[in-house]
Design a binder for this molecule. Structure first.
Ligand SMILES: [Mg+2]
Length: 202
């Protein structure tokens, strides 16, 4: 029996081309500062590495994992992207999402589990109007762990006082969100964005 529904954040609870671009620009800036190279060179390096890594998984690789492959610390990356853009500028309240989550909350513990940092996560949830609908928000800052590390998923389930088999994980990336969740025994739902959550039946 499902007791908790755990959501990825970016690309799952919202879809935004502008924010995807902002993340990309922030990543280029981060690598250019880290390696003391031009922005254009950083962009080339990142997109080439992203293509290489993507060939292995067959999916778009998150910038966090690309930067990590260059030795950029997560703390450095997060500091840069927090300063570079504020998601509240580009997102607005999603009434249909709010309704759906309110409905789910009547039956299940709801949580967010993201590789994003706490600052950007809180800004994003605030913009969407859904901050208070989750009993727990797990970010990189919670345990200093990143998906697809299954320890991140396991600790979150422990924290929610449920076993993995009682969790449904909802995410947009199979290799990062769903494969590790599945390997722990969680149920999974692959979504392409919030539209798929409006009609989510657990
Ligand atoms: Mg995502």
């Amino acid at each position: 029996m499902i007791k908790a529904v755990i959501f990825d954040l970016d690309g799952t609870l919202y879809q935004s081309t502008v924010i995807r671009e902002k993340f990309a620009e922030a990543a280029y800036l981060t690598l250019s500062r880290f390696q003391k190279i031009t922005l254009a060179d950083a962009r080339k390096l990142i997109e080439t590495r992203r293509d290489e890594l993507g060939k292995k998984t067959g999916a778009g690789v998150p910038y966090t994992l690309v930067l990590k492959s260059f030795g950029v610390t997560i703390e450095f990356w997060h500091r840069e992207n927090i300063n570079y853009f504020d998601p509240r500028k580009y997102l607005s309240r999603d009434e249909r999402l709010i309704e759906s989550l309110v409905r789910l909350k009547e039956q299940y513990k709801l949580a967010v589990l993201t590789n994003n940092n706490l600052v950007q996560t809180e800004r994003t949830l605030e913009a969407l109007g859904i901050t208070n609908l989750f009993c727990r928000i797990f970010t990189y800052n919670t345990y200093k762990l990143l998906k697809p590390d299954i320890t991140f998923f396991k600790k979150a389930a422990d924290d929610l006082q449920v076993i993995p088999g009682e969790c449904l994980f909802v995410g947009d990336r199979y290799d990062v969100d769903l494969e590790p969740a599945l390997s722990l025994g969680m149920k999974i739902r692959h979504v392409k964005g919030p539209e798929d959550i409006y009609s989510l039946a657990v």
